[in-house]
Design a protein around this ligand. Structure first.
Ligand SMILES: *[C@@H]1O[C@H](CO)[C@@H](O)[C@H](O)[C@H]1NC(C)=O
Ligand SMILES: *[C@@H]1O[C@H](CO)[C@@H](O)[C@H](O)[C@H]1NC(C)=O
Ligand SMILES: *[C@@H]1O[C@H](CO)[C@@H](O)[C@H](O)[C@H]1NC(C)=O
Ligand SMILES: *[C@@H]1O[C@H](CO)[C@@H](O)[C@H](O)[C@H]1NC(C)=O
Ligand SMILES: *[C@@H]1O[C@H](CO)[C@@H](O)[C@H](O)[C@H]1NC(C)=O
Length: 515
């Protein structure tokens, strides 16, 4: 199986959770680099260090055993808008190498908008076990025992209480002396909410975008916003194509099975569920979208099924046989090479070879592996076919058994047998959808594939209260409200941002220094 994710992310200036291959996209906020022009301190005109200046913090390796010492946790910071008495705005991009997230220091993002409104300094902190912020020098099962949600929450507290920020007076701004604001999107949005539950009062205010607060093992509903909001003809045709594919793959006609695999250029793939799993790639593109990104490759995929001789299909599409053939054409003429290059299908998409370095490598800076550890242990979010009574855009060959096996292959000593993630424990510890906190704002988008794990999920009802306020945009995708330009592109996203900024202002007004 090819390791495609890291290369793609590294190459993209604004990678909206870019991911290809059978590996599911990580729930991370969009990578966003600020321009590298010189920046001046707004108040004094003093020239500031470049935004990509790297700082490090001596973080505890193990919060349960401080005698193990410290490791260097990377962070970036600026004080463009800071005035004494101002707020300190902290974010972590979560489960990714944090290089290229300097946009989260500026008013290209909600972080900088909060800074600008409240004389704040901004910080981007790399999460433990991602990028080059590793408590231990590898990602072996033994090392990953220190990779837990709780250790990450404890990192945020220890950082806030002990960091000496690189600006005049920056050693006198702990959360007892200055109001701190925690911002996060996606997994880091959940971490933001969990930190409020676990360390009430540590942060004066928090902003959590697309926060996946409820951990769910069989997260088939990942595909629901996609199924519901892609063009109707395309949605119906994907469902019809998958129904046809499933009837062939579960049938007894080997000639038909071989012909189907060959029509996708994947005649050599061994396991039928790997073949079916590869086809999720086209749907995962949805997670990369933001308001205004309409002419994306997602719509090229639809056009391949819907458009014949320049004419669009009607609202009901063209039916499974035509759709599956169009999908295969698109796959062989574009998607396959884009993801696999010259590699054969089994090497690119096969997941059953436990000796593949994809599973066995324990080198650091491998976000897929580190995130899989959290997925397999604490959060789940396996993206499968819908329940049998419900329309599906994903093959019914794909269920939680497929992902439990991959957990076993990544971490055979931790999971000698297929094991379900301990999501009940996570939802109990950090309260999932039952959370009742203060000074926390949630921003969500109806078009976000992660919607069903947020407080705006149609599966639950979490009230929008002044103390724990919720904004939901009709036009928002994944973490769209973190990004200033998406508010410019879509009025509903702007409204979510404005509601959030107002909530943060209210929460900050209630903050008092510790006496
Ligand atoms: C961002 O800050 C610059 C000045 O530093 C200002 O010109 C611009 O209007 C700000 N953008 C927003 C969205 O507030
Ligand atoms: C098996 O599938 C092939 C190719 O689709 C088809 O030509 C053939 O008639 C099928 N055989 C049976 C027994 O249905
Ligand atoms: C059919 O699909 C195309 C995308 O390929 C889309 O542009 C068009 O709006 C769709 N039409 C209907 C009626 O769903
Ligand atoms: C994996 O490697 C081990 C030891 O090198 C070997 O015994 C085993 O047969 C290999 N398995 C596969 C699927 O190649
Ligand atoms: C998952 O699907 C496979 C076939 O692809 C089947 O053998 C297995 O029993 C299913 N597991 C569950 C939990 O439904």
């Amino acid at each position: 199986m090819l390791h495609l994710f890291a290369a793609l992310l590294a190459a993209a200036p604004l990678a909206q959770c870019l991911i290809h291959g059978a590996t599911p996209p990580l729930p991370v906020p969009p990578r966003l680099s600020a321009g590298d022009g010189a920046r001046l301190h707004a108040q004094s005109g003093v020239v500031l260090p470049p935004l990509d200046t790297l700082y490090t913090f001596d973080q505890l390796i193990d919060h349960n055993n401080p005698s193990l010492g410290t490791f260097q946790q990377r962070y970036w910071s600026t004080w463009e808008y800071y005035k004494p008495g101002g707020v300190i705005i902290l974010t972590t991009p979560g489960e990714t190498n944090a290089d290229g997230y300097t946009g989260y220091l500026t008013n290209d993002t909600i972080n900088g908008q909060i800074a600008q409104a409240h004389n704040g300094a901004t910080i981007v902190l790399e999460h433990r076990f991602y990028g080059l912020s590793n408590p231990l020098p590898d990602l072996s099962v033994e090392s990953l025992r220190l990779h837990t949600i709780q250790q990450a929450i404890d990192d945020l507290e220890y950082f806030a209480k002990n960091v000496k920020l690189p600006f005049p007076g920056g050693d006198q701004v702990g959360p007892d002396k200055a109001p701190w604001v925690l911002v996060g999107g996606s997994y880091a949005g959940a971490l933001t909410a969990f930190t409020n539950v676990n360390k009430p009062g540590l942060f004066a205010a928090s902003y959590a975008s697309s926060a996946v607060v409820e951990s769910i093992t069989d997260f088939w509903a990942y595909f629901e916003p996609i199924r519901q909001h892609m063009p109707q003809n395309c949605s119906l045709d994907v469902q019809a194509a998958i129904a046809r594919l499933d009837s062939i793959l579960t049938g007894k006609n080997q000639t038909a099975i071989d012909a189907l695999k060959a029509s996708f250029g994947m005649g050599d793939i061994v396991h039928l569920d790997d073949f079916a799993g590869a086809l999720k790639t086209n749907l995962y593109i949805w997670q990369e979208l933001g308001p205004g990104d309409g002419a994306s490759v997602f719509y090229d995929f639809c056009d391949a099924m819907e458009v014949v001789d320049g004419v669009n299909a009607g609202p009901n599409g063209r039916g499974g046989e035509h759709a599956l053939a169009g999908w295969g054409n698109y796959w062989t003429s574009y998607e396959y090479a884009d993801v696999c290059g010259l590699s054969d299908a089994e090497t690119c998409w096969g997941t059953y070879n436990a000796n593949d370095s994809f599973w066995t490598s324990t080198e650091v800076d491998n976000a897929e592996r580190s995130w899989s550890w959290i997925v397999c242990n604490e959060m789940g979010f396996f993206q499968e076919s819908a329940p049998i009574s419900h329309p599906t855009v994903v093959s019914r060959l794909l269920n939680i058994s497929y992902d439990e096996r991959t957990c076993q292959q990544y971490f055979p000593t931790a999971f000698p047998l297929p094991t379900a993630p301990q999501v009940e424990r996570t939802n109990l510890a950090y309260e999932g959808w039952n959370l009742h906190t203060k000074h926390l704002y949630f921003g969500n988008g109806q078009l976000d594939p992660w919607l069903y794990a947020t407080v705006s999920s149609p599966f639950t009802y979490v009230p929008d209260t002044p103390e724990q306020s919720i904004g939901l945009s009709a036009g928002g995708f994944h973490c769209s409200d973190l990004i200033t330009s998406y508010g410019v592109a879509d009025a509903s996203v702007l409204a979510v941002q404005e509601k959030g900024l107002a909530a943060i202002t209210r929460y900050l007004a209630e903050w008092r220094p510790a006496n």
